[in-house]
Design a protein. Sequence first.
Length: 107
Amino acid sequence: MDMLVWVAVVAGVLGALYVAATRAITVCELAIEDGAVRVVRGGVAPPILADLRDVARTPKIARLRVRIVRSSGRAEVQLRGDVPAPQAQRIRNVVGSVPLARLANSR
């Protein structure tokens, strides 16, 4: 029984460290629903947010989660949800058009 408690505590600590590390590299997280973009965590420069809203509206994205993270000194876009490949590339192009420092300093 003691071993089971110890394993549960270690798993909880490792889970908390994973969440903390993931949030530390996250510049921002966006939720797109029915073409509407909402900032969930972090911040993004207003002109970039406006461009992302344009991309989300035409054609309308039903449901998508966008995470922008720091990766080797640049911004990396992680998409979770259904989005056509050309529209996903447009999202990456919008984010990639701005230096990481400008994205990260907009909080």
